[in-house]
Design a protein around this ligand. Structure first.
Ligand SMILES: *[C@@H]1O[C@H](CO)[C@@H](O)[C@H](O)[C@H]1NC(C)=O
Ligand SMILES: *[C@@H]1O[C@H](CO)[C@@H](O)[C@H](O)[C@H]1NC(C)=O
Length: 332
């Protein structure tokens, strides 16, 4: 009943906010070697950014100095499941928007941009996020103002939300956070620090994994979130409509290349990822589990009595990352 109530809250929140143009793409499920681990299991689902008319608009994250750039809003909160994986496993992240179905639009068609996957020990420390996969602009557009092919739209959206990476060979056993990210560059010709109503839109989402086995490869030092990206980075402040073979009539300085934000991919990561065949989805597909939302940093949690939402608690949210790993309590 608890879950049902939460789903009803979510349905009400979603139904009331369909007019919002933001994409709110996030991870709904994780497949390990093609086997679904169960909808939302192990995933630190970002809080919805407020019931209608409009809440705390930090999903997407645009402030590069915000702690929310690490794992999105509420990304500091551990979830009960941790997904067990082994080095060499093929992981498929299942990104969606409104529901976990093939009919879902995943991300708005305008949100062209790169996609990345980072890995960090959990909990993260200074400079602990290591990039293990990335994809950006991979085919130029053929006409003026056509943006070309991008990871978020031409790859992940076109492939029904699927993003693939592989657990690094020989990776030492332990708890890790996967920080996967989609970036919408449709307004990235402006910088958020000077034009706060526009700028690049970051959709980070984290997954808790436990690597098992007797590997002895340690992650090298990496980057910090926040910290890894700057407003002046060529891959953050970028006009996607310059990426065409036919030069558009805009002042473009970067017509043919795109430099993905952040560090280079670690040499210990797999050079290639493959889409392995996927088994059936296990768990909820048509509603989110959101039971709380954030407005002006106030988290509201609601339950349902009949068809009416009843607020059970409010609290002020300030991300607080633990420095020590606390084994999550698995739910049955
Ligand atoms: C992962 O995919 C690769 C390429 O298809 C395959 O060779 C490998 O055996 C897969 N790994 C596992 C653990 O299934
Ligand atoms: C899922 O969401 C898409 C829009 O993203 C919508 O077209 C489709 O009807 C929805 N399906 C279900 C089962 O709710």
């Amino acid at each position: 009943m608890q879950l049902k109530s939460q789903l009803l809250v979510a349905a009400a929140v979603v139904a009331g906010s369909v007019h919002l143009a933001q994409a709110h793409v996030f991870i709904w499920g994780v497949f390990v070697n093609g086997v679904d681990q169960g909808t939302f299991n192990g995933i630190r689902t970002p809080a919805y950014n407020g019931p209608p008319p409009r809440g705390y608009s930090n999903s997407p994250v645009k402030d590069l100095d915000s702690i929310d750039l690490r794992c999105n809003i509420l990304g500091d909160k551990q979830v009960p499941h941790t997904i067990k994986v082994a080095p060499g496993d093929n992981i498929t992240l299942d990104w969606h928007h409104n529901n976990r179905t093939v009919a879902d639009d995943v991300i708005d068609f305008s949100h062209h941009g790169p996609a990345m996957v980072y890995l960090s020990p959990d909990p993260p420390a200074e400079n602990s996020f290591v990039k293990i996969w990335e994809k950006g602009l991979y085919e130029l557009g053929s006409a003026a103002f056509s943006p070309g092919k991008w990871a978020t739209t031409s790859d992940i959206k076109a492939n029904k939300g699927l993003m693939n990476f592989r657990v690094p060979a020989g990776l030492k056993a332990g708890f890790y956070l996967v920080r996967a990210e989609m970036v919408g560059l449709h307004e990235a010709d402006a910088r958020f620090d000077t034009v706060p109503w526009r700028g690049a839109q970051f959709y980070p989402n984290c997954v808790q994994i436990e690597v098992v086995g007797d590997g002895d490869v340690e992650l090298p030092s990496g980057v910090s979130f926040p910290g890894a990206y700057k407003y002046s980075d060529p891959g953050v402040h970028y006009n996607i409509y310059c990426s065409t073979e036919v030069a558009p009539k805009l002042p473009c300085t970067d017509a043919s290349t795109y430099q993905i934000p952040g560090p280079t991919v670690w040499s210990g990561a797999w050079p290639e990822t493959t889409q392995v065949p996927l088994g059936p989805v296990s768990g909820e597909t048509t509603a989110t589990r959101w039971s709380s939302w954030i407005q002006q940093s106030v988290v509201t949690t609601a339950t349902f009595v009949g068809t009416s939402p009843v607020v059970v608690a409010t609290s002020t949210y300030k991300a607080s990352w633990s420095a020590t790993y606390a084994a999550p309590t698995p739910t049955a």
